[in-house]
Design a protein. Structure first.
Length: 112
């Protein structure tokens, strides 16, 4: 999986997690990006194109601060953990920036 936003970073293969991109920053900090998280990130890119660079910079700043991060799609369904890594969702990045996407999905009004 090629993630355009991070193609300039060193990609580190992880034989235990071959389907989850793993990157390393120049300072040695590293992070994983679950595909679901990346899909959510692209949703923000589509809806907040002007603020998207700010989201990416904030994401990288969180990696620099925490040193080892896993960006996941959802805490409640998370099955990917590595000891010593901080786990973050997309809202952990976007909420402090006051960048929101309203979730208008809701259950059906019709019963079966």
């Amino acid at each position: 999986m090629i993630i355009e936003e991070f193609k300039y970073l060193k990609e580190v293969p992880d034989k235990n997690n071959p389907f989850i991109p793993h990157y390393e920053l120049e300072d040695g900090s590293d992070f994983y990006i679950e595909p679901i998280f990346y899909t959510q990130l692209l949703g923000f890119k589509e809806r907040h194109k002007d603020k998207y660079p700010l989201i990416i910079e904030s994401l990288l700043e969180r990696v620099r601060r925490n040193k080892k991060v896993i960006f996941i799609g959802d805490f409640e369904t998370n099955t990917f953990e590595i000891e010593g890594y901080v786990i973050l969702e997309i809202t952990d990045i976007t909420d402090p920036l006051q960048i929101f996407v309203e979730d208008k999905s809701r259950g059906s009004d019709y019963g079966d």
